[in-house]
Design a protein around this ligand. Structure first.
Ligand code: FAD
Ligand code: PYC
Length: 416
């Protein structure tokens, strides 16, 4: 009898194309859909799932130029929190956090959501004033938040350096205990499987190359796998939103930048929470595999190269070694970059556009992973009703002409 290697078995399964869910089978696009979501990251897949599950829509497609979950969804450091400063932002992220809390059960898929707490460190008097202010604002909005002292931090995280002699001594931190991390690609797969089960077509290797409009409304898409007719399109293409929106003649107030992260060799458990510091530009957690997951500040230049500069990484490493001296002997395993699109007020753009039937979800900058379910929830509502949900109403494109900006820079946890 012929011996089957693992590779042969996989090839056989792929070729027979039978036992795999529809999402793996690369269906041919139908020529007409009621709604099309462009971008098969977590946000796009969540949008499709909620369009089907909450709004009863059925003829829905998700078009992904590569493979689903291969963009920023697969490249981020998975921090989930809702401790934003302004009411508009904190309510949106809090809705998302609440959805995270039951997502594994709802999607019947273990997304490994772990509410292990997030510390945002303060190193200067001004940092501490900002922390006090943000914690107070969070509590007023019903969001859990507390200010902790260096002694409390040291007791919770014995490996952290709280010496007063450090270059940036730790003066305190905010702590959100309900915040944490999740398994990034599991989130994309979970939404994909649940959307697929509701009849959504998930079409990979299908790049959108043109947007057809007539009389000020969207009528279809030109793709690398042929034209598709539809009157409702959601653009959910983080990092590339300006490029795709330009196909409909829209100019967006976004800049695309590389953002990098890296992981260490696997270690025994030594860090059971998430630690972030804006002042030293770095943050760390430890994955369930034991790898230290470390992120850097944003690269200052614009680009689409999916990689960043070495000095940014070096800077983050210095910061980590300063905060955690025992990391100095750890070897790093992998380094990567993603492209994030940053808006002038560091808040997302989610809503309608001047082109009827064309909707936007972009501008999440360094912080959209935590918003994945919430973002899908509000965009699905907006697309289904042609009207924003109350949670995303303040995040429309028009705020850049009315001036009603939501200047959330103070709460962005990674330097912009
Ligand atoms: P993506 O997953 O990027 O999906 C967009 C998809 O659109 C891609 O798959 C892409 O291939 C597709 N696409 C693009 N153009 C086309 C086209 N023409 N046709 C068809 N498809 C197209 N956020 C947090 O909240 N916490 C964190 O800890 C965090 N850490 C981060 C660390 C790094 C290093 C990076 C890069 C980002 C981080 N973020 C974090 C931000 C977060 O990753 C993103 O905001 C979020 O994942 C965006 O999700 P998405 O589904 O919109 O994007
Ligand atoms: O928004 O919490 C965040 C974040 C952490 C790392 C990148 N973004």
């Amino acid at each position: 009898m012929e011996k089957y290697s693992a590779l042969k078995l996989i090839r056989h399964a792929l070729e027979s194309n039978r036992k795999w869910p529809r999402a793996w089978r690369r269906p041919e696009p139908a020529r007409q859909y009621d709604a099309v979501v462009v971008g098969g990251g977590g946000h796009g897949l969540a949008t499709a799932y909620y369009l089907a599950s909450q709004h009863g829509m059925r003829r829905i497609a998700v078009l992904e130029k590569g493979w689903i979950g291969g963009g920023n969804t697969a490249r981020n450091t998975t921090i989930v929190r809702s401790n934003y400063l302004w009411t508009e932002a904190s309510l949106l992220y809090e809705k998302s956090l609440q959805l995270w809390e039951t997502l594994s059960q709802e999607l019947n898929y273990n997304i490994m959501f772990s509410q292990r707490g997030v510390y945002n460190l303060g190193h200067t008097l001004q940092d501490m004033r900002d922390i006090e202010r943000r914690v107070a604002a969070n509590r007023l909005n019903g969001i859990d938040a507390e200010v902790v002292s260096p002694e409390q931090i040291k007791a919770a995280i014995p490996i952290i350096n709280t010496s007063r002699e450090a270059r940036y001594p730790i003066l305190g931190a905010s702590l959100q205990r309900r915040a944490g991390v999740a398994r990034h690609d599991a989130v994309a797969w979970a939404f994909a499987r649940a959307a697929d089960a509701l009849g959504v077509d998930i079409i990979e290797q299908c790049e959108v190359q043109g947007i057809d409009c007539q009389g000020g409304r969207v009528t279809g898409l030109q793709t690398s796998r042929g034209p598709i007719a539809t009157g409702r399109v959601g653009l959910v293409v983080a990092g590339h939103a300006s490029v795709v929106a330009d196909m409909a003649g829209l100019r967006l107030p976004l800049e695309s930048h590389p953002l990098q992260a890296f992981v260490s060799e696997p270690l025994r458990p030594l860090l059971d929470t998430v630690v972030m510091s804006n002042a030293v530009h770095g943050y760390a957690s430890q994955s369930d595999k034991g790898e230290l997951v470390i992120g850097a500040g944003i690269d200052a230049y614009n680009g689409y190269g999916q990689r960043g500069s070495f000095h940014t990484i070096e800077h983050a490493m210095q910061a980590m070694v300063e905060l955690f001296p025992c990391f100095s002997r750890v070897r790093m395993l992998r380094l990567w970059g993603g492209i994030v699109d940053v808006s002038p007020d560091a808040c997302p753009i989610i809503g309608k556009t001047p082109v009827e039937g064309l909707y936007l979800n972009c501008g999440w900058g360094t912080g959209g992973f935590k918003a994945t379910p919430g973002s899908g929830w509000v965009l699905a509502h907006t697309m289904a009703h042609d009207d924003p949900h109350e949670l995303n109403a303040p995040f429309g494109l028009e705020r850049f002409t009315t001036g009603a900006l939501i200047d959330e820079h103070g709460a962005a946890a990674v330097a912009h």
